[in-house]
Design a protein around this ligand. Structure first.
Ligand code: TYC
Length: 113
């Protein structure tokens, strides 16, 4: 690949604005990703949490059971990483479903660094 260092004022598009002289590549920053977290509590039944993980996060029963146990033992676990819009949708679906079944299950999202 041939590299060429443009000298001051020799670029084909140079209009002499000094504030634009150093931008060589267009910025293509990827949008941030968000972790969806499930929190432990003392009342939500284990089987309900397993069902939530199967239903909204596409996990197999075995995967869902394992993650549910991690949350139960450690207090919290990441259940998926998504775009902001998808993460918000998942959190909303879980919170709605839990509320409709009168369980105190909490689901939140957090920006990934
Ligand atoms: N701690 C709950 C119980 O013993 C089970 C549970 C697991 C609740 C995970 C919430 O996110 C959770 N019934």
């Amino acid at each position: 690949m041939t590299k060429h260092i443009w000298m001051m004022s020799d670029r084909p598009d140079d209009d002499g604005d000094p504030s634009l002289l150093v931008q060589t590549r267009p910025k293509t920053k990827r949008p941030p990703l968000y972790k969806v977290l499930l929190l432990n509590d003392d009342y939500t039944p284990m089987e309900f949490v397993v069902h939530v993980l199967e239903r909204f996060f596409g996990m197999t029963h075995a995967e869902a059971f394992e993650i549910m146990l991690t949350v139960h033992k450690k207090g919290v676990a990441v259940v998926g990483v998504f775009s902001h819009e998808i993460a918000e949708t998942k959190v909303g679906q879980v919170m709605d479903f839990a509320r409709r079944h009168q369980h105190p299950l909490q689901c939140t999202m957090e920006r990934e660094e």
